[in-house]
Design a protein around this ligand. Structure first.
Ligand code: URP
Ligand code: ZN
Ligand code: ZN
Ligand code: ZN
Length: 483
């Protein structure tokens, strides 16, 4: 047993002073002054907040992508996560177009055996066929995956077209699953990339110029409207700009079930990074969508404050400088992706809570509780409650941590947040009731994590489909004349 003594328990809706007792991987008791049964390990949480461990619903660990394989695998990605207070990741299982989802799932199960914290998968729909239609049911009912990812970008590789989106969203609605969308207009991006290269712009700034906010705003609107026409809710990943946020906020104001996920990178880093005279500096920051001007950052923060955006993720997809140099002569060949798993929580606390933009309860909402509900694993995850998984972070709001690549767990040789000074960091992370990280020391081992199955038909899905059925077009019954 483990007793966390003297802290303030923080859930998304309420905080109170309580000790927390953990046994057998679950949280079993709360109280103002709990006894420690013999043999109990006691963690002093005086002056600390005791919060649900973070959930990062957007990672790409050991992903074969753009001619490379992302450098952080399930072992190092999840170890970094635990050191930063995140206790569950959801990675994208991405079949090659035409590859069976069942085969891709087996690949991901094999790669993820090394995970040090709990994990789940989203399944990507990268083409459309009778086989995909059939396999989606197996993915939901047998593998416990209730989310399907769609790329509107990466033309010629992972991109799907509007008819494929429509088919897949409708299938999701039927299966009780939630479609996720990478919303950028891939056709327009491909055209703009060609024009920029023809004009002589070959460096990483070309990546950003070929993917302006309008490319994302247009695709976000399109995805949301197609989802509505199929009767499905929809979740937009890595929402990076005002135009995309406005599309989400507008749809929500109209009663649509739409969710938006800004990344910690887009909240804190801006487009000036691509103007850096160092090619390596700029290329290390190449990701899709690219970093934006400050006015977009303000919009994303406002979305988190007002509730029109619900989740802060990382899209952790880390490539070394050497891997980035695959695109030295052509920005289209720079592997897209950045890291962030170890840093998301301390950075968001520093820039969000310490600045007064977010309350500590809102911090819990956007780092764990909201996504646990969206993924239908709440309150097992995302809440400190009796019977919930003991995935717990003891958070010291006065701890100082300056981010340096030389100290990080990630296997890459730089950090896009190099030099950021964080105030607020985990002192202890519990994962499945065990101490995974304590006072700067990582104790979790590869293989400690468990695969988490997620049932379909979340309450959001049930409400949405009930409403959609009630308001669906109905045939008019006409008496008297028979055709
Ligand atoms: O640039 C990014 N975001 N790389 C990872 C793949 C994706 O689009 O999420
Ligand atoms: Zn993406
Ligand atoms: Zn991604
Ligand atoms: Zn440094």
């Amino acid at each position: 047993m483990i007793l966390i003594r003297g802290g303030t328990v923080v859930n998304h809706d309420h905080s109170w002073r309580a000790d927390v007792l953990v046994d057998g991987g679950k949280t079993v008791a709360f109280g103002p002054a709990l006894d420690a049964p013999a043999g109990t390990e006691v963690i002093d949480a005086g002056g600390c907040y005791v919060m649900p461990g973070g959930i990062d619903p957007h990672t790409h660990l050991e992903l074969a992508f753009m001619g490379s394989v992302s450098a952080d695998d399930f072992e190092w990605g999840t170890k970094g996560a635990l050191a930063g207070g995140t206790t569950m990741v959801v990675d994208f299982c991405i079949p090659d177009p035409g590859q069976s989802m069942l085969a891709a799932y087996q690949d991901w199960r094999r790669k993820s055996e090394k995970a040090a914290c709990d994990y789940g998968f989203h399944m990507a729909v990268t083409s459309w066929s009778k086989q995909v239609f059939d396999e989606m049911e197996i993915v939901v009912k047998t593998y416990g995956i209730n989310t399907f990812k769609h790329f509107m970008a990466y033309k010629g590789a992972l991109m799907v077209n509007d008819d494929e989106l429509y088919n897949s969203f409708a299938r999701c609605a039927h299966l009780g699953a939630l479609p996720l969308v990478h919303a950028e207009n891939g056709d327009v991006v491909a055209r703009m990339q060609e024009s920029l290269l023809e004009s002589g712009m070959t460096g990483p700034e070309g990546h950003a110029h070929s993917r302006p906010p309008l490319v994302e705003g247009e695709a976000t609107n399109r995805a949301i409207m197609i989802a509505d026409m199929t009767g499905s809710p929809v979740y937009i990943v890595h929402t990076s700009c005002r135009e995309a946020h406005e599309a989400i906020a507008r749809a929500r104001a109209n009663g649509q079930r739409v969710f938006g996920e800004p990344l910690i990178q887009h909240l804190l880093l801006d487009a000036d990074e691509y103007q850096n005279k160092s090619w390596d500096h700029a290329a290390r920051r190449v990701m899709s969508p690219p970093f934006r001007d400050k006015r977009h950052q303000e919009s994303l923060w406002a979305g988190l404050q007002s509730g029109s955006l619900q989740v802060v993720a990382t899209d952790h997809c880390a490539f070394t400088t050497e891997q980035k140099r695959l695109g030295l002569e052509d920005f289209r060949k720079i592997p897209n992706g950045t890291g962030g798993l170890e840093d998301r929580m301390p950075l968001l606390w520093t820039a969000g809570v310490n600045s007064g933009r977010l309350t500590k309860e809102e911090f819990v909402a956007v780092t764990s509780a909201n996504i646990a509900r969206i993924l239908n694993i709440y309150p097992r995850k995302g809440r400190l409650a009796i019977g919930s998984d003991a995935d717990i972070v003891v958070w010291d709001p006065s701890a100082n941590k300056t981010i340096h690549a030389k100290n990080q767990i990630s296997r890459i040789d730089y950090n896009v947040f190099e030099g950021f000074a964080c105030v607020g960091a985990p002192v202890v992370t519990l994962s499945g009731g065990r101490i995974a990280f304590a006072k700067g020391e990582l104790r979790a081992e590869q293989g400690d994590g468990k695969y988490v199955e997620r049932p379909p038909f979340s309450p959001i899905h049930v409400a949405n489909s009930t409403w959609k059925q009630a308001t669906a077009p109905k045939a008019v019954s006409r008496a008297g004349i028979t055709p």
